[in-house]
Design a protein. Sequence first.
Length: 74
Amino acid sequence: MKKYSPRTANTNDKVCSLRRDNASYGDYWILVEEDQLTITQQVAGKSSEASVTLDKATFNKMIAFYQRPTRATP
C-alpha cells in the first residue's frame, strides 16, 4: 500500500489512508483535507481565537518561502 503525507493526500481516499489528518501543537491545531487545510488557535475547552483555511497550493508556497535560505542584508 502506498503511503501519503498530509501534503500529498489530495483525494478523500488518500486523506482517509493517513494515520491521522490532524495534529495539535500547544494551543494550535491543523486539519488536513483533500484540497485545503485549516490552522486554528484554540485553548482546549474554549472557543477558537483565530483560524485560517488555505488551499494546499498556497500553503505549500508559504512553506517553501519559509524554508528557503535568503541572503542577509547589510
